[in-house]
Design a protein around this ligand. Structure first.
Ligand SMILES: [Zn+2]
Length: 157
């Protein structure tokens, strides 16, 4: 499979994905704030420390890096070296994400996952499109939502 990221992009991804206040997250926050939504950031008392919490809508948003959280999309590309290490690391992250989501849900929260590929990179959606999907989720009553990039189907196996 073709490498979709240059080494430079990957280095940036790997350094940023883990941290808070990543650029995609900041862009999304700005849009939601402009649309009138108010939220709390990185609520430490909640399982998984959601990136944004909207108490009024009983909803939490996670902005997940595709590599770090093992998204099934072309932005996820296993590094060429130390594959066992990365594979174990990412499986562990995914298991933890699921566990934390279950705990949050049990506490009555609705959960929206915004994947990095929806806001950044070749498959990103228009900024307003992502924010509008978030707004729909917040105002709606679905328990789970997920926003991912628009990859051509043949790229996602
Ligand atoms: Zn992705």
């Amino acid at each position: 499979m073709a490498d979709v990221l240059t080494p430079e992009q990957r280095r940036l991804n790997m350094s940023r994905i883990r941290g808070r206040d990543t650029k995609p997250e900041l862009v999304l926050r700005k849009s939601l704030h402009a649309a009138g939504f108010r939220y709390r950031l990185h609520a430490r008392e909640l399982p998984g420390r959601p990136d944004m919490v909207f108490p009024r809508f009983r909803a939490a948003i996670f902005v997940h890096g595709c590599f770090w959280h093992g998204h099934d999309c072309p932005m996820f590309k296993m590094p060429g070296t130390r594959q066992e290490f990365w594979s174990a690391k990412i499986s562990g992250n995914r298991a933890r994400d699921q566990r934390k989501a279950a705990q949050l849900e049990a506490a009555g929260w609705r959960i929206l996952t915004v994947w990095e590929c929806s806001v950044k990179g070749p498959a990103r959606r228009p900024k307003d499109d992502v924010a509008a999907s978030c707004a729909d989720f917040l105002r709606g009553d679905e328990q789970h939502g997920e926003i991912a990039g628009r990859w051509p189907a043949k790229l996602v196996e």
